[in-house]
Ligand binder design. Structure first.
Ligand code: ZN
Ligand code: ZN
Length: 368
């Protein structure tokens, strides 16, 4: 009889039968190891959670009172002889790759990751393994990121231009990860940073966790519109097209997303400016990360799994697509996302594996 693999893909999530735990399960389980706090990875309803300590406050804010154990990167937890340890994924603050070892066999689950150091998340660290379970959200050669310093210099000069033209500046990015990355890289000589309530709630959770973020001011009913217009407003995707945003007219509205690399994406979001900024690895980043693991086998969970696994096989990897419910926080999470909005233009639906679920749960926890 063939040996059972250490990790299996089940209809609840990635499962370790020997250790009796799941990684990022999407249905309620007894024991869940969580890569990061985005909604498509951290579901409500598990009896026990294990995550990185920097995910702690965001998980409690999003999921309420949960039974949560947290660890540092590199720390080992044993479950029935299986050792579990977390390594930086560089995706958002507190994001981790999960390394699982039993009797010399090593598996790593990437969660979401990016290889560029964003200056705020602990930088991605390749981990040697036999089996690597990887995302490939942007697994198409067209996705090649510029260094973030270039993107932020575009963002900062656009903000200055808006100030010169008497326009308010609204910059959209999802609330965990993108918003803080933007905040830490803005040129604060231009003015103050104002935040939508959903973003400020996440900032507050991170500050409770000891993360040092640049100063921000929450926009409330009492905020002076004139003052806010002199600064920059960071807003979540769910605020696009709402009366909340229209209050700041006239404004210029910029959108930060990896999808902005594709022609038409900016128009689809009705944005004035599209800034290519992603918390996922680009095409080269994915290939270099997979290569660095030295793995015998790579499993692709979400993104352009078909295209990317075909390419990896061609260049000599043992690659396989697997079915999961991950994917989504890079998608538009406006209140009524149409199926069309969830897909970048230029490629047909059949080439992509965007899941029906997912999303960064913008809007959870109250909006001011
Ligand atoms: Zn994520
Ligand atoms: Zn994800």
């Amino acid at each position: 009889m063939a040996k059972k693999p250490l990790l299996e893909f089940t209809d609840r999530g990635i499962y370790c039968a020997q250790g009796k735990f799941y990684i990022d399960p999407w249905k309620p389980v007894d024991d869940a190891v969580i890569t990061h706090a985005h909604a498509d990875h951290a579901y409500w309803g598990h009896k026990h959670y294990l995550a990185h300590h920097l995910s702690r406050e965001v998980l409690l804010y999003r999921l309420g009172e949960i039974n949560l154990q947290t660890v540092e990167y590199g720390e080992t937890v044993l479950k029935n002889g299986v050792s579990i340890s977390l390594y930086p994924a560089g995706h958002v603050i507190g994001s981790a790759q999960i390394r699982v070892e039993y009797k010399g066999e090593v598996w790593v689950v990437s969660g979401d990751y990016k290889v560029e150091n964003d200056g705020i998340s602990t930088p991605f660290e390749p981990v040697k393994c036999h089996h690597f379970i990887s995302e490939c959200t942007f697994g198409m050669p067209v996705y090649q990121w510029k260094p973030q310093v270039q993107t932020f210099s575009e963002i900062n000069s656009w903000w200055r231009q808006n100030l010169d033209n008497g326009l308010a500046t609204v910059l959209v990015g999802y609330s965990l990860g993108k918003a803080q990355r933007i905040l830490q890289n803005l040129d604060l000589f231009n003015g103050k940073v104002y935040t939508h309530g959903v973003i400020e709630n996440t900032n507050e959770a991170l500050r409770r966790n000891g993360v040092l973020l640049n100063p921000t001011e929450r926009i409330t009913q009492e905020s002076s519109k004139e003052e806010v217009r002199k600064g920059i407003i960071i807003a979540p995707p769910s605020s696009v097209g709402t009366t909340w945003m229209r209050k700041f007219q006239p404004y210029s509205f910029g959108y930060c997303s990896g999808w902005m690399a594709i022609r038409g994406a900016k128009r689809r979001r009705a944005a004035d400016r599209g800034f290519v900024l992603s918390d996922h690895a680009d095409w080269d980043g994915l290939i270099s990360a997979i290569d660095a693991t030295g793995c015998e086998c790579v499993y692709l969970t979400h993104g352009y799994t078909a295209t990317f696994s075909r390419y990896l096989s061609e260049i000599g990897f043992n690659a396989r697509e697997v079915h999961t419910l991950y994917g989504g926080e890079e998608e538009d999470t406006s209140p009524q996302p149409s199926s069309e909005e969830r897909e970048p233009e230029t490629y047909d639906k059949s080439s992509s594996e965007v899941s029906p679920l997912g999303g960064d749960l913008e809007g959870v926890g109250g909006i001011s």
